[in-house]
Design a protein around this ligand. Structure first.
Ligand SMILES: [Zn+2]
Ligand SMILES: [Zn+2]
Length: 343
């Protein structure tokens, strides 16, 4: 049996370089040659998130590539076609959520079939994906841009759920890839002012390129934004850091009538109901995407949203474990793995 190298979250919940049999597409599936796959902060934390990531599967949910083989009963896809893969796109199409367009709540898509989350993902030379997960990419789209479709869709949904951005002061907590994308998209969609809160100087250094007007450390933000009359207090706060105290701060930094969108998993954060009540704050979560993939593809193809500068490096699969470690140390922004690059 032919095998291929893969990055696995193994049964002991360790991230390892391993070997797996080369899969074949079943009915309704295609085999995708993975061109690039980004490493995500959630991959890094997958050993500690048993409620989301079961063990014993190939990681990688930010995939772009080319259709290599089409299984039985697949229509509309051809060998050689460039695609991005929506890892949560294997929707059933018939449940109450699917019928109301809330595909991100479809049980079939969010559980065992989620690619790189519970089913085998894209940190491998090839991956099997249901044809419903594929999104066609235009010829004009660059390779690197194609690899950013999934995180851009995540960031776009968070921004769109915040409501009307025109002229608004938007606070973004967390300057990782999602936070930087949220800043860029918010500015693109007409935010009046973008304020980024981020502890590391390296990540604050992306502020000009991310169209950030004011970049603050968490300590500076704590001092300024909790004062009721500080002009930097926000109409909209989008929490992207996954840090509990940053999530609490994002709520208290809002003006009356403000909106807090939570896209980072700040487990253990305290949100004071009295603050929410007295200020009529809207708190809402943003979970994956519904139809944002298509819009993300347009934004990236046109380079309305740039990602080349956020791409720290493109490395072969053999260097993926080292890439995880540099991400853990917050030394990198986004590393893309190129499984067909042999080193
Ligand atoms: Zn991700
Ligand atoms: Zn469904």
């Amino acid at each position: 049996m032919t095998t291929m190298p893969v990055i696995l979250l193994d049964e002991q919940r360790r991230i390892v370089l391993s070997e797996r049999p080369v899969p074949a597409p079943g009915s309704g599936q295609v085999l995708v040659d993975v061109d690039l796959c980004g490493i995500c902060g959630s991959d890094l934390h997958s050993p500690d998130l048993p409620q989301v990531y079961l063990g014993g599967f190939v990681l990688g949910h930010e995939a772009s590539g080319v259709v290599r083989e089409v299984g039985a009963d697949v229509e509309g896809w051809a060998v050689g076609q460039r695609v991005a893969v929506n890892p949560n796109g294997n929707v059933c199409g018939v449940c109450a959520y699917c019928l109301s367009g809330r595909f991100n709540f479809c049980h079939q898509a969010t559980m065992k079939t989620a690619l790189g989350l519970q089913a085998d993902g894209a940190l491998a030379p090839v991956m099997v994906a249901a044809s419903s997960t594929l999104r066609a990419l235009p010829d004009a789209m660059g390779r690197v841009e194609a690899a950013w479709v999934e995180p851009t869709a995540t960031a776009l949904r968070a921004v769109l759920l915040a409501g009307d951005l025109a002229g608004a002061t938007v606070l973004v907590s967390g300057g990782g890839p999602i936070g930087q994308l949220v800043c860029r998209i918010a500015a693109h969609l007409g935010a009046g002012r973008v304020v980024l809160v981020e502890p590391t100087p390296e990540r604050r250094g992306f502020a000009p390129a991310s169209r950030v007007d004011v970049a603050l450390t968490p300590a500076e933000a704590q001092t300024r934004l909790t004062h009721a009359d500080d002009p930097l207090r926000a109409d909209i706060a989008i929490e992207c850091s996954g840090n509990a105290s940053a999530t609490t701060l994002a709520l208290t930094a809002l003006r009356p009538g403000g909106v807090l969108v939570v896209v980072g998993s700040g487990v253990g954060a305290t949100l004071d109901p009295l603050v929410i009540l007295l200020n009529e704050i809207t708190v809402r979560g943003s979970f994956t995407y519904v139809d944002e993939f298509e819009q993300a593809i347009d934004l990236l193809t046109s380079k309305a949203i740039r990602v080349d500068d956020l791409t720290t490096a493109v490395v072969p699969l053999s260097e993926a474990l080292a890439a995880f470690e540099s991400l853990r140390a917050a030394q990198t922004m986004k590393i893309l793995i190129e499984p067909h690059h042999s080193s």
